[in-house]
Design a protein around this ligand. Structure first.
Ligand code: NDP
Length: 329
């Protein structure tokens, strides 16, 4: 049988962690023949809750679960890890400014970036879920870089939930099944400024934008619905989305590791300068994945409306980057 893959999950005692760990252990992320070892990180005060989750993992008797460790030490959690899901982050508290949130999280992701940079498997695939996820991924990448072991491109951020939310809205509006929809892109930051771009989407050979044929729907309904979906779920459920976030994290890593079969998926990846995105910024773009690597879809036409939306989400990311610059100096 295969050598177990080490998977680190931070914020393991949290809501998303609770929806994520059981699916990883059952083989939904890395394959039904791939044993996994879970390396769970959380804060000291959350260790008791992590123990409880581990008891439940044991009680599932998952055949693929080859081991579990729990720790509050990032250097232990990231040791030799092959896949790292950075879920734990400081939530916005009452009266907390955006700047404070950025700074508090910058501290967490510098520590974790340093641990990954020194102790993880050099080919580790990192996905940041904890918000602000693009900038947290940027911080971890910039810190890890100093150790010269892990490629910058291995640090990614989760835009897949926005992608999946957009797919569902498009399916409902067009009357086509979700799995028939190909070539959606979500550009930019995982925030309400993200730009879900349906211009290239096809369903069984038909262009879905032409099929919907309603420009006002795009601007007034589709983009706001996808952009504000997180807030709508908090309003309805009284808690933030967790199962759908965990599901998107699984989709992101599964496609990166096992391939997307030629289809486009959205990943937040460090820019190489394409599409006018400054190099190094972690930005949602379309990619095709194969053999454990992602490749950007290049050369897409950017029309005036798209250019405007991409500039808006880029501006937000540049401001976030400026807000943490002194911490990375
Ligand atoms: P959740 O598990 O609900 O969320 C964790 C993070 O994921 C938050 O930053 C959240 O952002 C983000 N996120 C990304 N996408 C989504 C989405 N679509 N919907 C909801 N959240 C999303 O938080 P909990 O408070 O339940 O758990 C956090 C855990 O992390 C706790 O156990 C805490 O102890 C731990 N933690 C660990 C740290 C560490 O290991 N060093 C540091 C800080 C916390 P948003 O806040 O915007 O919803």
């Amino acid at each position: 049988s295969k050598t177990p893959v080490r998977v680190t999950v931070t914020g393991a005692a949290g809501q998303i962690g609770y929806s994520l760990l059981f699916r990883i252990a059952s083989g939904e992320m890395l394959g039904k023949d791939q044993p996994v070892i879970l390396q769970l990180l959380d804060l000291p005060q959350a260790q008791k809750a992590v123990k409880g989750v581990i008891m439940e993992l044991e009680d599932c008797a998952f055949p693929l679960l080859a081991g579990v460790i729990a720790t509050d030490d990032p250097n232990v959690a990231f040791k030799d890890t092959n896949v790292a899901l950075l879920v734990g982050a400081r939530p916005r508290g009452p009266g907390m400014e955006r700047k404070d949130l950025l700074t508090e999280n910058a501290k967490i992701f510098t520590v974790q970036g340093a641990a990954i940079g020194q102790y993880a498997d050099p080919d580790v695939k990192v996905l940041v879920v904890g918000n602000p996820c693009n900038t947290n991924a940027y911080i971890a990448k910039e810190t890890a870089k100093k150790f010269g072991r892990v490629k910058e491109g291995n640090f990614t951020a989760m835009l897949r939930l926005d992608h999946n939310r957009a797919l569902s809205q498009l399916a409902a509006k067009s009357g086509r099944s979700v799995d028939s929809l190909k070539s959606l892109v979500v550009w930019g930051n995982h925030s309400p400024t993200m730009y879900a771009d349906y211009r290239f989407v096809t369903s069984n050979g038909d262009n879905v934008k032409a099929l919907i044929n309603d420009e006002a729907w795009n601007r007034d309904t589709f983009l706001p619905t996808v952009g504000k979906r997180g807030a709508a779920i908090i309003e309805a459920r009284g808690l933030s989305s967790a199962a759908s976030a965990a599901n998107a994290a699984i989709d992101h890593i599964r496609d990166w590791v096992l391939g997307s079969n030629g289809e486009w998926v959205t990943m937040g990846i460090p820019s190489d300068g394409s599409y006018g995105i400054p190099e190094g910024i972690v930005f949602g773009v379309p990619v095709i994945t194969a053999n454990g690597e992602y490749k950007r879809v290049e050369g897409l036409e950017i029309d005036a409306f798209s250019a405007e939306r991409i500039a808006l989400t880029l501006k937000e990311l540049e401001e976030e980057r400026a807000g943490v610059a002194d911490l990375l100096a």
